[in-house]
Structures are given as C-alpha cells and as structure tokens.
Design a protein around this ligand. Structure first.
Ligand SMILES: Nc1nc2c(ncn2[C@@H]2O[C@H](COP(=O)(O)OP(=O)(O)OP(=O)(O)O)[C@@H](O)[C@H]2O)c(=O)[nH]1
Ligand SMILES: [Mg+2]
Length: 375
C-alpha cells in the first residue's frame, strides 16, 4: 500500500518525520502493528543509494567526520518494518546514522537511505559480526571519537544513546554496555531472560570479564576500543567476542540500564540462536584462553587418573589385589591429562608471542599511515 499522507496510527515523533520524509522522496508507507514502516515502490531505481566497501569507506570519503564525533551504527538484515523509525530516532537525537544492510532481500537499504542514514551494503548476507566489522572500519577511517551500536528492530530506544555515551565522554570507560538486567529484567519474556542469563554466566566465566548482559546489542565504544576491536567471529558471537577483546586489551567497561522492547515474538528460533552463541563462545575460549579451554579439562583428567592410581596402589599393597581395569584407566587418564596440559601451556605461550607480534604490526601500520589514531 502506498500513500502520500501520514498514516493516522503513527503518533511517535520519529515515525511522523520518517513518514513525511519517505513520502517526500516518493516512498509510500505501510502499516506494521503499531510501528511505522516505510516502503518504496518495488522498482524504484537505486541510484541515490550510497554504497560502501572496505576499500572505499563511506563516511571518511563522502561525508567527513560526523559533526559531533559520534557515529551510530545499526546492523540490519531484513528490517524494512522498523528501520525507518530507528534511523529517524537516531537522527532526532542529532547523531549520524550508519545502517549496514547485510544482504537484505527486502527494502531495508532503500528505507534507511530515505530516512536519512548512510547505508553500507553487503551484497550477500555475512552475519551480524561482519556488519559490525564494517561499522568498525568506517569508524576508524572517519576518525570518530565514539561508536554506538544498536539493533535495527526498534528494540532499543535512541533517546538512551546519550546515557550510553556519558561514561565515555567523562573518560571513565571504553565500552559502555546497555544492560537489560539492571532495571528492566522483568520486561524480558521469561524464556529469553533465562537463556540470556545463562549465556551471560558462561561468557563471563570464559572471557574473564564480568558483565550483567553479555548479549546486549546496544553499546558504545570509545576511540581506543574502536581501534582495538577487529571481530573475527561469525554471526551472533560478536557481542561475546567484544567481551574477550575487552579483557585482552585491558579496556575499562561500564554498564547503564536500558529498556528493551519485546512487542514481537522472537524472529528466529531462540534455541538455534543460543546454540550459535554457545558455538562462538567455545571457539573464542579456545582462541583467547587456551589455558582455560584445554588446561582445565586436562587437569581434571590428570587428577582423576592420579586418584584412581592411588586406589590401584592401595588395593595392591593392602589387599594383594591388582585391579587391571583401574590400572589401565589410570594410565589412560594420566597420559591424556598430561598431553592436554602440555598442549595448553604451549598454546598459551604461542598466543603471547602472536599477541606481541600483532601489537608490533599495528604499531608499524600506524607509523606507516603517519597517523597515530588510524589503523
Ligand atoms: N548484519 C546482520 N545483522 C543481522 C543479521 N541477523 C540479524 N541481524 C541484526 O541484528 C540485530 C539483532 O537481531 P535480532 O534478530 O533482533 O536478535 P535479538 O535481538 O537477539 O533477538 P530477538 O529477541 O528475537 O529480537 C537486528 O538489528 C538485526 O537486523 C544478519 O544476518 N546480519
Ligand atoms: Mg532483536
């Protein structure tokens, strides 16, 4: 359905502006359960759409550094229903908005562009982590002082961006996490709350950084964090990877309460999304904390083997019985445990060497660019 008038059901200020702007650009609007959703005719030419690539970043080349030094990045995959509202909410707060359209098959990019966002496009769907990486590249290239990340499904309130930036502006933190569990935990549907809390406990233990909401997509990064974060994981493991990187780079974090909106049922199966995060978490633990990942289970095997060995010796000395089965198991456990511990130590040392090399390489690249703040 396409119309030039504002839809009557829209009472949100951002929605009204989004609607009028989209209408002015020849876009229409459609109703989407109480939220503004702005559509464009299907065959509208895409000539006015700005497209970024890693080689040709958008903001640095075409727009210069955002006036306020803050860039708000919104990863989006098939979010045509909400992206107009999100972009206008962000722009109403006075921030430059970058939407990373990750190979959407709907009109996400057109609507974001019509609503006033800079749009970076991936031609195929590469996952949320890849989209956030594009945002980090843009932020590094354009020399922003802070990067805010928020979801494109209208679950986050752009009016809370200021609160998120406050600890960075005060020089108190490098990463500010918008936490749903400080004030508003009760508003999260029970099943999702349960899953999120378990994932948070697991990622806190694995990463060594304690947060109250590890999966929050609403967060702000200072310039040093933007410089330090190069995400290598896939999909929804991006948030957890940032938790590991924060620990590795010794960055300071703060948390501020946020409200999250849960009007719709989950868009994807929460179990498979949770499994994706867990899978990422295991990979990240192996990569970032080999001593914990390989060392801890190996130590358990070794201790188990030694305890069993004591029993074999006790049986033999006190009862003159040789428990061949237990003896074999003892050998197996102690050998496996010892090899595992050795491997964990070697990986731990190698990791230290690679980290040093990475630091030196980054220092070299910075020197070559002649700019201390850009990689
Ligand atoms: N770039 C990119 N973004 C994605 C992809 N999948 C989801 N997103 C975006 O990531 C953000 C969060 O995704 P959601 O599906 O809402 O995940 P969630 O908030 O954990 O789950 P819900 O509780 O169901 O909302 C949204 O802005 C999505 O558009 C993807 O494949 N690529
Ligand atoms: Mg969401």
């Amino acid at each position: 359905m396409v119309s030039d008038e504002l839809p009557r059901h829209v009472d949100h200020r951002a929605d009204r502006l989004a609607a009028s702007r989209c209408a002015a650009l020849g876009a229409g609007w459609v109703r989407g359960s109480g939220d503004f959703s702005c559509g464009v005719p299907p065959r509208r030419p895409r000539g006015d759409l700005v497209v970024a690539t890693a080689e040709r970043p958008l903001i640095a080349t075409e727009r210069g550094v955002p006036m306020d030094g803050v860039l708000v990045a919104v990863p989006a995959h098939n979010e045509e229903r909400f992206i107009g509202s999100v972009v206008h909410g962000v722009r109403l707060e006075g921030y430059t908005c970058l939407v990373i359209d990750d190979g959407s098959t709907d009109r996400t990019a057109d609507i974001a562009s019509a609503a006033g966002a800079i749009v970076a496009r991936h031609t195929t769907n590469k996952g949320k982590a890849a989209a956030l990486n594009t945002a980090l590249i843009e932020a590094r290239q354009s020399g922003v002082s802070a990067l805010v990340m928020m979801d494109g499904d209208s679950q986050h309130d752009p009016q809370e961006i200021g609160a998120l930036l406050a600890p960075i502006r005060a020089g108190e933190a490098d990463i500010v996490l918008g936490s749903r569990f400080i004030d508003a935990a009760g508003r999260i549907p029970r099943l999702r709350r349960f899953g999120l809390q378990w994932l948070t406990v697991a990622s806190n233990v694995a990463s060594g950084t304690r947060v109250s909401d590890s999966q929050s997509g609403f967060r702000a990064l200072s310039r040093p964090a933007v410089e330090a974060f190069h995400l290598r994981g896939r999909g929804f493991s991006a948030e957890v990877e940032m938790q590991f990187l924060e620990h590795v780079h010794g960055l300071r974090h703060a948390e501020v309460p946020i409200k999250a909106r849960y009007a719709d049922p989950p868009k994807r199966n929460p179990f498979s999304q949770g499994a994706q995060v867990l899978d990422g978490l295991i990979g990240l633990t192996a990569r970032f904390r080999p001593l914990l990942f390989f060392g801890l289970p190996s130590l358990v095997l070794l201790v188990g083997g030694l305890v069993l060995g004591l029993r074999v010796v006790d049986d033999y000395v006190n009862h003159a019985v040789f428990s061949a089965g237990y003896a074999l198991l003892t050998v197996l456990l102690t050998v496996l445990g010892s090899i595992g511990l050795f491997a964990a130590l070697v990986l731990h040392v190698l990791r230290g060497i690679f980290l040093d090399l990475e630091d030196q390489l980054q220092a070299l690249t910075r020197g070559r660019n002649g700019n201390g703040s850009q990689l």
